[in-house]
Write a protein that binds this ligand. Structure first.
Ligand code: BGC
Length: 505
């Protein structure tokens, strides 16, 4: 055998060895559960991030007005006037996203920046320009925008003129705004969300009165005006019909040429029956009915959930025949914001102490984080929540089964540091956040492997930000923000997320 033959046999054998090794490695490392088209991103919203509340022709919105009122519910008496100044720092923030390796960014539009007076005034071209610049700069870095049209904020004009969501006029305003968004940005935006967590919005705005427009009645809260047992259903009804109107416009005027999809986001806690009794299992189902299915059932199947109809009767508004025709799979994906899980017990047949969920108009159920003194998962700081990542798999599987596996996107999942006196050093070494995100992503991958059609996952949030009534006390960011200098610093979780993404796309 000459030297050349020996060399080529050697080369052949070493190539075979590498091949076997690679095969062995890939069979011991199962392929990622996340398909190659999967969206990995971070989420934000206009009022919580942008600041610049009076810049370049923006009108006042409901949160601008609310946060400036003495006696509001904001824990640190702060507001979003500056927030994290994303309006001026968006290029820096896109660089942070790019260095994480995300392929998507969820943000919301400030309605009053585009339409300072709703449909009663001119379009503010500077507002359109801001979002055009933001979208273009994202696309340059291969980051796909997922755009929420409104995340709790809307022009104050609509509140002052006709009481915003309590009036059917709000449907017309939203449709008008949505049309402008599709027309201005739809050539580049392929994922739209109409509303973010309207379940939270109407509960806080009209039942407990803890969000603007601060309407409620006793015993749910202490407001100057409102009806906690009626108004949440009226506001929700108008929001559902506003969503339908926007979807109708998108599907008839834009979707075919623009080729995007449109969805609706809900606050999807997981409710675990506290026992195997039929009463507790039905109570857990009622908890889902009175929170998420309240919106999804009409939008997908054209009627309110039976659990709500049976209990509420005529308190629930009706849909007209024409509306019912439009209420037929009026979304392309369900946006799932998942943070926490709770035990649920029945309050229809058993006595419960008054609290969230227990009244008739909330569906007669009570939530708790413990069963016989044992927590559902390791307690975490935020709002009595627990680390129970199985809740992610369970809620996604629940939605898959109930709604025939309509595509889903996890539009928010995140962990808050809530101690106001923590040092920057402590906040940056955020091992608890890493554990939370890793656990939830792992549970999500299990749901996907078992067949759930989930197309994306967004961490709440890229940065620490203004957290509604928790002000700047709650910090959800992968990046720490120094609120004096607005300097952004990556936390351990940013490094971890970057590595996770690189291993999965
Ligand atoms: C909301 C976000 C909020 C997050 C964390 C979600 O309910 O959609 O706007 O910041 O929770 O509190």
């Amino acid at each position: 055998m000459n030297i050349c033959m020996k060399l080529s046999i050697g080369l052949f054998l070493s190539q075979m060895f590498l091949l076997v090794l690679t095969e062995k490695q890939s069979s011991s490392n199962p392929p990622s559960a996340f398909p190659s088209s999967f969206l990995f991103g971070t989420a934000s919203s206009a009022y919580q991030y942008e600041g610049a509340y009076l810049s370049d022709g923006k009108g006042l919105n409901n949160w601008d007005v609310y946060s400036h009122k003495p006696g509001n519910n904001i824990d640190d008496e702060s507001n979003g006037d500056i927030a994290v100044d994303h309006y001026h720092k968006y290029l820096e923030d896109i660089d942070l996203m790019h260095s994480l390796g995300v392929n998507s960014y969820r943000f919301s539009i400030s309605w009053a920046r585009i339409l300072p007076k709703g449909r009663f005034g001119e379009i503010n071209e500077a507002g359109i320009e801001f979002y055009n610049n933001l979208i273009d700069a994202l696309l340059v870095k291969d980051i796909k925008p997922l755009v929420t049209m409104t995340q709790f904020d809307f022009p104050q004009e609509l509140e002052d003129r006709y009481g915003s969501w309590l009036s059917p006029q709000s449907q017309e305003d939203f449709a008008y705004f949505a049309d402008i968004c599709f027309k201005s940005f739809g050539d580049r935006v392929k994922y739209w969300v109409t509303f973010n967590e309207p379940d939270v919005q109407v509960r806080s705005g009209y039942r407990t009165g803890t969000f603007p427009p601060s309407r409620c009645s006793g015993p749910f809260g202490d407001c100057t005006d409102g009806d906690s047992e009626k108004e949440p259903f009226v506001a929700a009804h108008n929001i559902i019909l506003a969503h339908i109107a926007a979807v109708h416009i998108y599907r008839t005027k834009y979707q075919e040429t623009q080729g995007g999809s449109i969805g609706f986001v809900l606050h999807c806690d997981w409710y675990e029956p506290i026992s195997n009794s039929i009463a507790d299992m039905l109570a857990a189902e009622r908890a889902q009915a009175f929170t998420i299915n309240w919106f999804l059932e009409p939008i997908i199947n054209g009627r309110y959930p039976l659990e709500m109809q049976n209990i509420l009767g005529s308190i629930l508004p009706d849909f007209s025949t024409v509306e019912k025709q439009k209420l037929n799979k009026a979304l392309d994906f369900i946006g799932v914001n998942h943070y926490s899980s709770y035990y649920v017990r029945d309050c229809m047949f058993s006595e419960c102490k008054p609290g969230t969920g227990t009244s008739k108009t909330e569906g007669y159920w009570a939530q708790s984080s413990q069963k016989n003194g044992i927590p559902i998962g390791e307690p975490i700081e935020q709002d009595g929540s627990s680390f129970y990542p199985q809740g992610m798999e369970k809620i996604v599987t629940y939605l898959k089964e109930r709604y025939h596996n309509i595509p889903m996107i996890v539009t928010e999942n995140g962990f808050a540091d809530t101690k106001p006196n923590s040092t920057t050093e402590e906040l940056i070494h955020d091992a608890a956040r890493v554990k939370y995100l890793a656990g939830h992503l792992n549970a999500l991958s299990t749901a996907i492997r078992k067949g759930a059609d989930v197309r994306g996952y967004f961490v709440w949030s890229l940065l620490d930000d203004f957290e509604w009534i928790n002000g700047y006390i709650f910090r959800f960011g992968l990046h720490h923000v120094d609120y004096k200098t607005l300097k952004r610093t990556p936390k351990s979780s940013a490094t971890w997320y970057k590595k996770f993404i690189s291993q999965h796309i």
